[in-house]
Design a protein around this ligand. Sequence first.
Ligand code: FAD
Length: 291
Amino acid sequence: MKIDELIEQSSRALFSIELWPPRTVTSEKKLAEALELFSTVEIDFASITYGAGGSTRDNTHELVLKLDRQFNLNPVAHLVTASHSEDELRSILGRYRDNGIENLLALRGDPPIDGAGHFEVGEFTRALQLVELAKEEFSLCVGVAAHPEGHPDSMSLDDDRRHLAEKLKVADFAITQFFYRVDDYLKLIDDLEKLGVSKPVIPGVMAPTAFSTLQKMAQLSGTEIPRDIVDRLAPYEASPDDFKKAGTEVAVELCLALLDEGVPGVHIFTMNQASTTLEIFDSVKGNLNRR
Ligand code: FAD
């Protein structure tokens, strides 16, 4: 089902996840176990990342079809403009449409964290061009990335907001980069409204599960880790289980605060870790039911 229709028809906020396509036999096994666990709970959609460096491209396609056919997990296929010609993008979009896939997340793409594969600017240089192609020629429901604290490459926050507003005027919804201050999300929505855009923006939430990962991801995405979160997690730096527990609590509190503000859903960046994500959903849903 198309995400914009799902949001419109649902009487509650959506619960969704991001998954990575596997690269190795070990990660494939881990993902298979995660999918079994995810299929035991109600998840409204699952988005599947796309390696801009090209190392996991076919894996994304396979996983999208697998989620749709075997797991009944409504898939959103990520696709990037980087390293692709327009014809290649057209062929990928056509393959999805012919297989009945209805949702796309259109992105520019970033070089992979570990430098794997080959990365270069594509024939399209902006996500907006892919949004237009996917909507006009393939009638897909198209989402885009939003950056509450501004994209690291943008000239200024105002500039970034104008570009996001331009993308969202054509696209159907957005999913944000991860962030830890609810006010950053609220300001983003406010700024978009001032620019005449009121399409749904789903907040992306990442539970801090290890300091090193958190710092690396924050640096890449331009997300600031607020002092109070650092202070809260720092005592557990040497104790992975306690750190994970405290990080999960941070994510649960963030989801609840966002849901209180009436967000259209919460999208968890799972990093293919089913147990942490299910704990978050369980705790959030339990809290909501007790109210
Ligand atoms: P764009 O919308 O093209 O914007 C990129 C930058 O250019 C911004 O700074 C913007 O302000 C600026 N800009 C846009 N238009 C103009 C213009 N006309 N003139 C001047 N400046 C302009 N990366 C992957 O490689 N694979 C993934 O699967 C993936 N999934 C993601 C999922 C989510 C939810 C998010 C938030 C990000 C994801 N990314 C992924 C990362 C994303 O590819 C990067 O953030 C990338 O650097 C920018 O992508 P974008 O789609 O926001 O680009």
